[in-house]
Every structure is written in structure tokens, then in C-alpha cells.
Design a protein around this ligand. Structure first.
Ligand code: ADP
Ligand code: MG
Length: 189
């Protein structure tokens, strides 16, 4: 009912040899979903095309198999939902709805900078879910850059303080897998 993944991917289809910056054992541990049982946070950080969404979807599907409620949303959509609820006077209701899934996956944080007030709305969501439900975030920005993503270093610090308290941060390096595939098939030099 929830979820709304952008595509279907499984961990079995992930080529770990193509991504040596990743610790396969660490990803397999995440696939046990123990972190979700504890309400912990996972961050996948890295450049575009390095498999962040693939891993997020795979872990989300694993969580569903283990009977957790999962919701997948892009950061842009999430912020738009919160902003609309705020202007409607239904923010509290929306925060309650977004706090229900045991795992909330927020994809692509940092591609678009947050508009004024969005950081405060995001902070309220993170606070509401804090130590209750898990959040998995993917971002092309390092946490050091989140101040500029949120447009407010003070709120960014407060958000990170909560997110990083019980968290696994996985930083992926390397080239885009999409471009690598193109290069291999001779479409790119
Ligand atoms: P990101 O979210 O980091 O931008 P994606 O997860 O969307 O990247 O990956 C881009 C595409 O490449 C997807 O179709 C994904 O399944 C595939 N992909 C990326 N990395 C790998 C990998 N190591 N093994 C298999 N497929 C991969
Ligand atoms: Mg992605």
C-alpha cells in the first residue's frame, strides 16, 4: 500500500565487485533489518549513479518481506508535501501520517536546495520520528554540505544531531554505474 519505489531492485542484483568502496558484509547486515527493529538511521552518501537508490529499494523490499511498513519518497516530494500541509494548516496531521511507516526512505536529498522554511518542516519530521521509526536517506552531498542543502546551518545541525545519533553512514565512492555500462557497450569513450 505504501512504498512507491521508483523501480524494482534486489540486493542479489547488486554487483559488489563494481563497487569496491562498499563493505558487502555491512550491507548484508543491513538486509537483516535489525536496524529497523531498533529505529536506527541509515545514510547512503555518494555521487550519482553509484547505486544508492538501488540499495535503498533493495533494503526497503527486504523490510516489506519482514512485514515492516515502508514508504519511499523523494526529498523534493516530501518537502512539497510538508509545505502544502503547513499552508493548509494540516501539518500536524501530515507529520502523524509520515510517522506511521516503520521505515521512511527519503531519496535524493541535496539535488535541490531547500526553500526557506523547508528545513524547519524537515526538522519537525525528523523529530517526530526520532527513536520511533527508521529513516533511510540517500544523498549526493556529504553531511558537511548539508548546511547549504538545508539553507540553514543551525537547523541542519539539529537535524544531523538526531539522524546521526543511532546511525550507519555509508559513503560510496567511484564512477557512475550507468556510465560504466555505457562505456562497456561502446556508447561512451
Ligand atoms: P544513485 O541512486 O546512486 O544515483 P542508482 O541506484 O539509481 O544510483 O543506480 C543507477 C542504475 O545503475 C540503477 O539501474 C542501478 O540498479 C544500477 N546500479 C548501480 N550500481 C550498481 C551495482 N553496483 N550493481 C548493479 N547495478 C547497479
Ligand atoms: Mg538515486
Amino acid at each position: 500500500k505504501l512504498a512507491q519505489f521508483p523501480f524494482v531492485r534486489e540486493l542479489d542484483g547488486f554487483d559488489f565487485e563494481a563497487q569496491p568502496s562498499l563493505d558487502q558484509g555491512q550491507i548484508r547486515e543491513l538486509a537483516t533489518c535489525r536496524w529497523i527493529a531498533h529505529g536506527d538511521t541509515v545514510l547512503f552518501l555518494g555521487p550519482p549513479g553509484t547505486g544508492k537508490t538501488h540499495l535503498a529499494v533493495s533494503l526497503g523490499r527486504e523490510a516489506i518481506r519482514q512485514n515492516y511498513n515502508v514508504q519511499f519518497v523523494t526529498a523534493a516530494t516530501l518537502v512539497a508535501m510538508l509545505a502544502k500541509a503547513h499552508s493548509d494548516g494540516s501539518l500536524d496531521k501530515q507529520l502523524t501520517i509520515l510517522s506511521r511507516p516503520k521505515l521512511l526512505i527519503i531519496d535524493e536529498l541535496g539535488y535541490l536546495p531547500f526553500e526557506a522554511n523547508a528545513a524547519h518542516l524537515f526538522f519537525q519530521l525528523v523529530s517526530r520520528r526520532y527513536e520511533k521509526g527508521s529513516i533511510l536517506i540517500t544523498s549526493n552531498r556529504s553531511v558537511g554540505e548539508w548546511g547549504s542543502v538545508f539553507g540553514d546551518p543551525v537547523v541542519a545541525t539539529a537535524i544531523l544531531d538526531r539522524l546521526l545519533h543511532h546511525s550507519t553512514v555509508i559513503t560510496i565512492r567511484g564512477d557512475s554505474y550507468r556510465l560504466r555500462e555505457k562505456r562497456r557497450s561502446g556508447l561512451l569513450q
